[in-house]
Design a protein around this ligand. Structure first.
Ligand code: GDP
Length: 299
């Protein structure tokens, strides 16, 4: 919680400070206030669509309820909460192990790192994970995942670089069932230059998973780099077409003042942020909590 506060406090420094100046005490809410607020939300990376909607709703409510500046902040929090509540966090684990979690996303967003962090995090909750190195495309991705596996004290199943990711997945699921692990976390390749190829690959992996484990993949997490903001959102859409994404992992929240992208993700991609990455170390991953997030964001 503290680390999420620290990470999000960068956002807060910009958003909360500007909010406080926009919503200075005693100020009556008028069109100027709303315009300044709009600029603040855009700076925090809520994006145009989400910002317009929030400001539109606030305008109607502030006038109707004759809100003063302090009340406007409360209304803003309610509006943002409603956006976060409009997307459902993924539900419980499947009755039958192993749970299969696929990590997808553009290269460099943090898929391999997040796979390793998640294996360790689940381990602390008594759920034994197995890592699957199915990013056979990016040089060094397999070795990098092996380093994470060692750190997280879990096994990794791999194939050679350039090999078939579905073959690695097949081996991992077979091993996972034989070893009785609780979760198999699958690190996939994020090549973007060939959309048809990416789609075919993810599709083949999904069919392989379905064949070996009923209901798999149970979760597909799209990994997004928070520092890429609205561009990341554009890239994400491509994956939404190719993979049945169930949630977002938002990485590098420690390096940006633009945490507002969480709201754009909920509003525009209709997906929940499930975990946030707040650094490069093993423990730098946190389950997303909307209350804590809004408190960090708005102060
Ligand atoms: P992949 O290509 O998607 O597998 O990305 P990697 O897992 O290799 O991560 C790319 C870079 O981002 C690495 O240098 C990671 O250490 C770094 N990284 C990943 N997650 C985070 C995070 O939450 N915060 C910070 N600061 N760096 C991160």
């Amino acid at each position: 919680l503290d680390r999420m506060r620290t990470a999000a406090s960068r956002t807060r420094e910009s958003l909360s400070t500007s909010l406080d100046s926009v919503l200075a005490l005693g100020r009556t809410v008028d069109e100027d206030t709303l315009e300044e607020l709009e600029a603040v939300l855009l700076t925090a990376d809520l994006g145009v669509t989400t910002t317009n909607e929030v400001i539109g709703n606030l305008r109607a409510r502030a006038l109707r309820e004759k809100a003063d500046a302090a009340e406007l902040k409360g209304l803003l929090r309610e509006e943002l909460q409603r956006i976060l509540d409009s997307v459902q966090q993924p539900t419980d684990h499947p009755a039958q192990a192993p749970e299969v979690i696929m990590m997808v996303g553009v290269n460099g967003t943090g898929k391999t790192t997040t796979s390793g962090k998640l294996a360790a995090l689940y381990g602390t909750h008594g759920r034994r994970a197995l890592l699957c190195a199915a990013d056979t495309f990016r040089a060094a991705a397999i070795e990098q995942l092996e380093v994470w596996a060692k750190r997280s004290n879990v096994d990794v199943i791999k194939t050679r670089q350039g090999g078939d990711p579905s073959a690695a997945l097949y081996d991992a699921l077979t091993a996972g069932k034989a070893r009785g692990v609780d979760i198999v976390i699958v690190d996939t390749a994020g090549r973007l230059h060939n959309k048809a190829g990416l789609m075919a690959e993810l599709d083949k992996m999904r069919r392989t998973a379905e064949k070996l484990v009923p209901g798999a993949p149970h979760q597909t997490f799209l990994v997004m780099d928070a520092t890429t903001g609205q561009n990341g959102l554009q890239q994400a859409r491509l994956f939404l077409e190719s993979a049945r994404v169930s949630g977002i992992v938002l990485t590098k929240l420690d390096g940006t003042a633009k945490g507002g992208v969480v709201l754009a993700i909920a509003r525009e991609l209709k997906l929940p942020v499930v975990f946030v990455g707040v650094g490069e170390k093993m423990e730098d991953i946190l389950p997303f909590n909307s209350d804590n997030f809004l408190t960090s964001l708005l102060g």
